[in-house]
Design a protein around this ligand. Structure first.
Ligand code: SF4
Length: 334
C-alpha cells in the first residue's frame, strides 16, 4: 500500500517520509475572516531516500513552501504523519527536537534574510556546531574553516558579516550552516531563485558535489522546470495542495500524463527548444485555496474536463510507470 503511494523507482528505505500530510490555516492569519480556512496541503505523500533528489514543482501558491515547512518541523501538520528513519517525527520533535534537526535541515530562498546580519560567518556556522555539541570549542574554528572551504569559500570570509558577501557567497554560507550538523536530508526551498543567473549554476553544481560526497538527500523545491529536469531523479508536480503526478525524471521526460503537468512543462523555456515554441501558460486563475473547487481541483482550468471531473475528486493512482491524479489519465495518454 505504502510502496504504491511512494511511486515507482524510489530507492528504499526512505529517510524522511510524508504520509497524507494536511495543513490548514485560518484565513487572514487568524484574524477571524468568517471562520474560513486555507487548505494549503490536502494529503501529500512522498519519501526521500539517501543520496537522491526529489524535486517538487508547481505554480506559486500550490503549497510547496508549506510542504517544506511541514517536512522540516517549522510548522505542524493539521493531519497525516511525518516519519524520520521510520520513527514518528511529531513525537521526536516534542521530545528530542535536536535529534530531528540534526537529521533534517533547510536552505531558504533568500540567504540574506536567513542569516543573522550581526553574526560573522564563523559564528553563524559555528553556532550549529555549538548548539548540537558536535565540536569542542578549541577545534570549532578549524571545523568551520573546513566547512567553508567545502562550499567554495576561503578563510578570508570567516570574519565577514552577511552584508560583506555577495548573494552567492551568502547562499554558500547558508549551505555550510545546514551541512555543519551532517544532516541526512536537506530541504532546499527555491535555493537559487534569488541569485543572479550566472551564480545559479555554480550553487547547483555545489549542491550536486556535496550530495555525491555526503550522500545527503535533497527535497528540491523550484519553479524552474528546466533546472529540476537537470538535477532531480524524481519529480512531484503539485497543484492546489495536492501531488497530481509523480515519477522518475526519466519517465516524466518521456511523457507527462496529467493535463496540469503537460501545461506547466509545455510553457517552460528549455535549452534547445526553438524560440517561441513554448506553449502559453495556462489560462485562468488558480482557484483560491479557501474556496477549493469540488471534484478535481484542476477542473476549472483543465482543457479535458468532463462532468465527472466537477463531481468526483480523482485519487492518485499508478498509470504507465508513475502516479497520476486524473480520472482519464489512460485515455489522455493513448
Ligand atoms: Fe482534467 Fe478531469 Fe483529469 Fe482533473 S480529472 S485533470 S479535470 S480530465
Amino acid at each position: 500500500m505504502l510502496a504504491r503511494r511512494r511511486g515507482p523507482g524510489v530507492t528504499p528505505p526512505p529517510i524522511l517520509e510524508a504520509r497524507d500530510l494536511v495543513k490548514r490555516f485560518p484565513a487572514g492569519g487568524g484574524l477571524g475572516l468568517g471562520g474560513r480556512t486555507v487548505h494549503a496541503l490536502n494529503g501529500v505523500s512522498l519519501a526521500i531516500a539517501a543520496g537522491e533528489t526529489l524535486a517538487v514543482v508547481g505554480e506559486s501558491g500550490c503549497g510547496k513552501t508549506t510542504l517544506a515547512h511541514c517536512l522540516t518541523g517549522l510548522t505542524t501538520p493539521s493531519a497525516g504523519r511525518l516519519l524520520l528513519d521510520g520513527e514518528d517525527a511529531a513525537a521526536m520533535l516534542r521530545r528530542e527536537p535536536m535529534r530531528f534537526r540534526r537529521r533534517v535541515q533547510i536552505v531558504f530562498q533568500d540567504p540574506y534574510a536567513s542569516l543573522n546580519p550581526r553574526r560573522r560567518v564563523a559564528d553563524t556556522v559555528g553556532d550549529a556546531l555549538r548548539i548540537h555539541r558536535l565540536c569542542p570549542r578549541r577545534a570549532r574554528r578549524d571545523r568551520v574553516a573546513a566547512l567553508i572551504a567545502e562550499v567554495g569559500l576561503g578563510e578570508e570570509h570567516l570574519d565577514r558579516f552577511p552584508h560583506e558577501l555577495s548573494g552567492g557567497q551568502r547562499q554558500r554560507v547558508a549551505i555550510a550552516r545546514a551541512l555543519a550538523v551532517e544532516p541526512a536530508v536537506v530541504v532546499c526551498d527555491e535555493p537559487v531563485s534569488a541569485l543572479d543567473v550566472s551564480i545559479q549554476a555554480q550553487v547547483i553544481n555545489l549542491l550536486r558535489d556535496l550530495q555525491a560526497r555526503r550522500s545527503v538527500g535533497y527535497l528540491f523545491i523550484s519553479h524552474n522546470l528546466a533546472l529540476v529536469r537537470h538535477i532531480a531523479r524524481r519529480i512531484a508536480v503539485m497543484y492546489l495542495g495536492e501531488v497530481v503526478e509523480t515519477g522518475t525524471t526519466a519517465e516524466l521526460r518521456r511523457r507527462l500524463l496529467h493535463p496540469y503537468s503537460q501545461a506547466l512543462f509545455a510553457a517552460a523555456p528549455e535549452i534547445g527548444r526553438p524560440p517561441g515554441t513554448a506553449r502559453p501558460p495556462l489560462s485562468g486563475d488558480v482557484p483560491s485555496p479557501i474556496d477549493m473547487p469540488r471534484g478535481c481541483p484542476f477542473h476549472t482550468r483543465c482543457p479535458h474536463a468532463r462532468a465527472r471531473c466537477a463531481a468526483e475528486a480523482p485519487a492518485l493512482r499508478p498509470v504507465d510507470g508513475r502516479m497520476v491524479r486524473c480520472h482519464f489519465a489512460e485515455e489522455l495518454s493513448a
